[in-house]
Design a protein around this ligand. Structure first.
Ligand SMILES: [Zn+2]
Length: 89
């Protein structure tokens, strides 16, 4: 049986892990920290189930992004080719 403290530690650890994981996947770490605190060990699974590119990325990036005509994923304006589907704009 897990003690209450061990469970809290596990919960907190998984929340911090999810936050780090979210940062690696260009997602809002704070949002995912709270999501992980609410959903516990389910949060990283949720993060995995989501597509790797975040539409609410950093505002700095959003300026330079536009949606690909073919796959509707955000693509950098200065790139001629979509990095998601390979279609050349
Ligand atoms: Zn595309």
């Amino acid at each position: 049986m897990l003690s209450e403290q061990a469970l809290l530690l596990l919960w907190g650890g998984s929340a911090v892990g999810t936050m780090t994981f979210a940062m690696g996947r260009d997602r809002n770490p704070l949002l995912w920290l709270f999501a992980a605190l609410a959903a516990g060990p389910l949060a990283p699974l949720l993060l995995l189930a989501l597509p790797p590119v975040c539409r609410d990325g950093p505002p700095l990036d959003r300026e330079a992004m536009e949606l690909c005509d073919a796959c509707l994923e955000p693509v950098r304006r200065d790139r001629r080719q979509c990095r998601h589907c390979g279609v050349v704009a």
